[in-house]
Ligand binder design. Structure first.
Ligand code: CO
Length: 493
């Protein structure tokens, strides 16, 4: 690129979305550009770190921030907003003390230097990664602990939830469930890393009842954030990292800063049979993966789409994340991976050099052959940068659709909602066309210092949003969320 700007954003603008939101709001959104589709009814829930400092001490990494849930309730063209912190035990204790009492997994240390943190391995369940509605429960998820159950209307925290006795107090329940349209099940996993890693798979019927829970062991330490689902397999990637716990135990670093990436080792692909049995191992070129877009079985092959980094994108210890140099971090790119089950061969293709994250597909296509992948993306190809755009890649034709909010807008994960959903229906029961629906995306607008909810027609992304719902405040950059039609209308206020 020969343009004058070396980047299409300013760090000062980007930092606006890294500030805490301490207030909790309830209101109907009345500042709207365009119009909200009247056939879009239900609730969009989003989770993410809401509090980025405590008692005047800044967190070292946003992933350490306490979870805050936002609920956007769509009713016949009107939208109500509500946000509430998850009242975890740690949040309440720190609220009372008005200071950090726990270290963060991603590097936030208690004040007082290494001595205050020495051998302190207590972990605060911060419930900040995802929020889902299933089996009549709204659950805030965080991958190293139990879910927190919330009231789906008021967002009040009801407490830790062991899923009807399924989970022990020290169990982990991942923050990345998949909704399987074929079996109408929710599938998720729990990880116990160690010298070998135990992976427990869980499949839940629509009632919330756990109907399958096979256990697998894979050799070595594993850091696994997400998985991909096909008709017969849960697929996890074992990134080539090992844990050197010493700096963590000594109080010098957070646990996630003690992951050592080994660029000489391949990334391992494990196929875990959903019916139980031996995991199958395949290897692919070295990379680090947090998220998968989708996967499916095609004859003797498994096709997977994932977002891969060339190495683990860690922050230097001691560096405030607000000072991060995006261009110096490895870019996250969309990879297509083909596993040949007969020969063991693995083929990988990088779809494009545009940085991207938070991939989604039409809910009816999870685990099935599909055409469109929707992503949050950087404005420019080739250079790593904050997410400022919405992007669609067509697997059939290679066509791309793109809309950018640069220079002053910063986006989050898009959520796909099919058209024509009746109350109570699952998302996969809506319109079946892969672009016959809406994409919902929260934008931080640095020009106003506030956030907006954008609604796009999934078939015409380049045309820009059909509606912009302007909030009265900002929302700190979030992580994951989901949409449901299964929560009864909110009482009008
Ligand atoms: Co994630």
């Amino acid at each position: 690129m020969t343009g004058v700007l070396d980047r299409p954003y300013s760090m000062a603008d980007w930092r606006g979305g890294t500030q805490s939101l301490t207030e909790e709001y309830d209101y109907w959104i009345d500042d709207i550009e365009g119009s909200v589709p009247t056939d879009l009814n239900g609730t969009l829930y989003r989770n993410g770190p809401g509090l980025l400092e405590r008692g005047g001490v800044s967190l070292a990494h946003p992933f350490d921030g306490d979870g805050m849930i936002c609920a956007f309730r769509f009713e016949q063209g009107r939208v109500h907003f509500r946000n509430r912190y998850v009242r975890t035990a740690g949040f309440l204790a720190e609220e009372k003390a008005n200071r950090l009492l726990y270290r963060g997994v991603f590097g936030t240390q208690k004040p007082g230097g290494w001595l205050a943190n020495f051998l302190d391995t207590r972990i605060k369940n911060i419930a900040n990664t995802h929020v889902i509605y299933w089996g009549g429960k709204l659950l805030a998820l965080w991958e190293a602990g139990l879910p927190h159950r919330l009231d789906p209307v008021t967002l009040d925290t009801l407490g830790l939830d062991n899923l009807d006795g399924l989970l022990a107090p020290t169990d982990a329940f991942a923050a990345h469930p998949r909704f399987d349209p074929q079996t109408q099940r929710l599938v998720n996993f729990g990880l116990k890393p160690g010298l070998s890693t135990r992976i427990q798979l869980y499949e839940f019927a629509a009632s919330g009842e756990c109907v399958a829970q096979p256990v697998f062991h894979i050799p070595g330490f594993a850091f696994i954030h997400d998985f991909a689902l096909t008709a017969h397999y849960a697929i996890v990637f074992q990134n080539p990292v090992r844990l050197n716990p010493l700096p963590y135990l000594l109080g010098l670093r957070g646990a996630a800063q003690c992951l050592e990436f080994n660029a000489k080792e391949p990334t391992r692909i494990w196929l875990l049979p959903r019916a139980g049995g031996q995991p199958q191992l395949f290897t692919m070129p070295t990379c680090f993966v947090f998220h998968h877009a989708n996967a499916y079985e095609a004859g003797n092959e498994i096709h997977i789409e994932s977002i891969a980094y060339s190495h683990f994108p860690t922050l230097e210890p001691g560096l405030d994340f607000r000072e991060v140099n995006f261009a110096a971090l490895p870019a996250s790119l969309l990879w297509r991976i083909r596993v040949d089950l007969a020969t063991g061969e693995v083929n990988t293709t990088i779809v494009d050099d545009r940085p991207c994250e938070f991939p989604v597909v039409h809910p009816a296509k999870v685990g099935q052959p599909y055409r469109y992948t929707y992503l949050a993306a950087g404005h420019d190809p080739k250079v790593n940068a904050p997410l400022q755009a919405l992007w669609r890649c067509d697997r059939h034709t290679g066509e791309q659709q793109f809309w950018s909010a640069a220079p002053r807008g910063f986006v989050s994960e898009p959520i796909f909602v099919p058209r024509g959903l009746a109350p109570g229906q699952f998302l996969w029961e809506g319109a079946q066309g892969e672009d016959d629906g809406w994409l919902l995306q929260v934008l931080y607008d640095a020009a106003s210092g506030k956030s907006q909810l954008l609604i796009f027609d999934a078939a015409a992304i380049s045309a820009g949003p059909v509606a912009r719902l302007k909030l009265k405040h900002h929302i700190p950059y979030g992580l994951h969320g989901s949409f449901t039609t299964q929560v009864a209308p909110f009482p009008s206020s």
